[in-house]
Design a protein around this ligand. Structure first.
Ligand code: BES
Ligand code: ZN
Length: 626
């Protein structure tokens, strides 16, 4: 089916390609660009603009309203196929209100359903619908789960394919769409979106007491980047084009933590070209936010767990900012090439950190990422005979752990070191320019690299091993390991401790998150209860307010079935919902036989309502042993 369809795509693609900047963004029709995670048939008919008008109702945990879609279709196209996941659709009409025929296909547990609309010549369709309370993109938080504890909160997380649970559109990263939205919310709440604000910070007060906010994104974006949040939000400016939104009680701490953001925007633009999105604001969410950060355009979403008071986790801000180029400007055409988003961004993030804070601090992050890469290679390399999970290009979502980040960024670091920074930076800058607002594939990137950087140099081609990096398992032998002297100093202390030295001798004053992580993750997994008690007492690990430290400590404690740490685990896992910090704890518990499985099940039963649907279903799989 899929292969036949790909052939059809190739044959009909040309008329839909963009001719000028006013035309819709082009779609790619090469074999690697075929997205198996969408029902859409974009070369037959595609969405070019989404207009949302939604009312947010906290009592029923639903969004109700309409999506008005602009359609570009082949002259003979009979229908358009959209992605939907559990939407209650009540009507579909054309732009003038004439009813159109539609039907929702069978529900695929991963992809959701196809919504097929008979176009009857329509250039615009209007879908009237309501979301379900369990919509996978949405997390509805009761007041208790917010910092202020008085008002509810709601946010969306689109990547990779969650947005079809609240927007009926073609939910594929290769199908770029402009959009606008009107959100109507309770009168005491504020709505923000990943777009230009058209109605001021406070919106418009309606006669019925509700508030209406309007937004517009006039640049074509992949639909996973449409995002919003509603809550008791306040804004503080940080610079001429940047600022931070969060709940009032968090505002000062957030502004203090992110004070360098303007410097980061300057550094990033100096490296790889102008920042093309106008403003760069950030939203700090409640601790149940499932990710460290999410690069929603003009409004990065961030976990509060990076606010540690010492600015040691601002690499996450540099990362999400870097996505304004790698990901948001040049976008992986399918989730099989997520390394084009995440690997490029991890590399770029490190270059921003180096520009703003110097070589050693950047080396510290890069060195830790090297550890992460080695860990993931060991973990996922042996899983299949072919090491499929360690390949950069593969099935969507199949790259193991964070290898799309670590191996991907290492690939680019190798390119930098091999061709020289000056030449590489000039190339990368022109790459972002030439592919701005377009989808990209691994094959497309390699072709671009060969045409514009290698330019037929056979010796260089041999040296780089491009195809091995992109398509083979494992790590090619030209990988570059950047090492940090700060972390080497931690290693010295670690060695003494691991040789039996007292925990009280470990000087941790002024340690950054990264130094803590190097230390805690370097402790052999098998420890006695006495030793763990000594460590906890000397370093205050169970009570640490640094979520990274707390998570790393709990992992070690769980590996030893160390029960005195269980209250700390319970408090942490029911408050923090960031997958990266929580999932390893459940995985660790499940590796501890009945003892751990029992704790995991009880903990999850209690914590589940505090997790975002995507994190909740991930943990459900861990507990089910999948
Ligand atoms: N785009 C990702 C978040 C994401 C990844 C959402 C996969 C959905 C699926 C974001 O840019 C990211 O990588 N966040 C990291 C932080 C980063 C510094 C490594 C995270 O969440 O930890
Ligand atoms: Zn990222």
């Amino acid at each position: 089916m899929r292969i036949l369809f790909a052939a059809a795509l190739m044959a009909t693609a040309a008329p839909l390609a963009a001719q000028s900047s006013a035309s819709p963004a082009p779609i790619l029709t090469t074999p690697e660009a075929l997205d198996v995670w969408t029902h859409a048939e974009p070369t037959v008919a595609r969405v070019t603009h989404v207009g949302l008008d939604l009312n947010v109702d906290f009592a029923s945990e639903t969004l109700t309203g309409s999506a008005k879609l602009d359609i570009l279709a082949q002259p003979d196209a009979k229908q358009i196929v959209l992605d939907v996941d559990d939407l209650d659709i009540s009507a579909v009409t054309d732009g003038s209100g004439k009813a159109l025929q539609w039907n929702v296909g069978a529900d695929d547990p991963e992809l959701g359903s196809a919504l097929t609309v008979q176009l009857d010549g329509a250039k615009q369709i209007i879908i009237t619908y309501r979301t379900q309370p369990g919509a996978t993109a949405l997390q509805w938080l009761p007041p208790e789960m917010t910092a202020g504890k008085k008002k509810p909160y709601l946010f969306s997380q689109g990547q990779p394919i969650n947005n079809r649970s609240w927007i009926p559109t073609q939910d594929s990263p290769g199908i770029r769409q402009t959009w606008d939205a009107t959100l109507t919310v309770p009168g005491d709440l504020v709505a923000v979106m990943s777009a230009e604000k058209l109605s001021g910070d406070k919106g418009e007060k309606l006669k019925d007491g509700r508030r209406r906010f309007r937004f517009r994104m006039d640049k074509p974006v992949p639909p996973y980047l449409i995002a919003f949040a509603v809550g008791d939000l306040k804004f503080k400016p940080l610079g001429p084009r940047s600022g931070v939104w969060t709940e009032p009680s968090m505002l000062d701490a957030a502004a203090h933590e992110f004070t360098d953001v303007e410097k980061m925007i300057d550094a990033a633009s100096d490296l790889y070209g102008p920042y093309r999105w106008g403003r760069y604001d950030m939203l700090v969410l409640p601790p149940s936010f499932p990710y460290g950060g999410m690069e929603n355009p003009m409004l990065t979403f961030l976990t509060p767990t990076i606010i540690t008071g010492d600015r040691s986790n601002t690499d996450v801000v540099a990362h999400e900012l870097a996505h304004s180029w790698s990901g948001n400007l040049v976008t992986n055409a399918t989730w099989s090439d997520s390394w084009l988003n995440e690997g490029f961004t991890t590399y770029f993030e490190n270059r921003i950190m180096e520009s703003v804070y110097g070589k050693e601090r950047a080396a510290m992050y890069a060195d830790l990422d090297w550890d992460g890469m080695k860990r993931d290679l060991a973990r996922y390399g042996g899983k299949t005979r072919t090491g499929a999970a360690t390949r950069l290009h593969g099935d969507p979502g199949a790259t193991g752990g964070q290898l799309d980040y670590f191996k991907g960024s290492n690939f680019l670091r190798m390119l930098e070191v091999t061709v020289g920074r000056e030449k590489w930076d000039a190339y990368l800058r022109s790459y972002f320019d030439r592919h701005a607002f377009q989808p990209q594939t691994t094959a497309g990137f390699l072709a671009d690299l060969r045409a514009n950087l290698l330019q037929g140099d056979p010796a260089l081609e041999l040296k780089l091993q491009l195809d091995r990096w992109a398509y083979a398992a494992g790590l090619p032998d030209n990988a570059v390991h950047i090492t940090s002297t700060t972390l080497a100093a931690v290693d010295t202390k670690l060695k003494a401790f691991n040789a039996g030295g007292p925990a009280s001798a470990v000087q941790t004053d002024g340690w950054s998150t990264q130094e803590w992580l190097r230390f805690l993750n370097g402790i052999p997994r098998k420890q006695t209860p006495q030793r763990l008690a000594e460590l906890d007492k000397a370093l205050g690990l169970s009570d640490s307010t640094n979520a990274y430290v707390r998570s790393a400590w709990l992992e070690l404690a769980i590996a030893n079935r160390y029960e005195p740490a269980l209250p700390s685990l319970q408090e942490f896992a029911t408050r923090v919902g960031r997958g990266l910090l929580i999932r390893p704890l459940y995985t660790g518990l499940m590796q501890q036989g009945d003892w751990g499985a029992d704790i995991a099940r009880k903990l999850f039963a209690e914590a589940r309502p505090t997790y975002h649907p995507t994190v909740a279903s991930g943990i459900e799989q861990i507990i089910a042993g999948k």
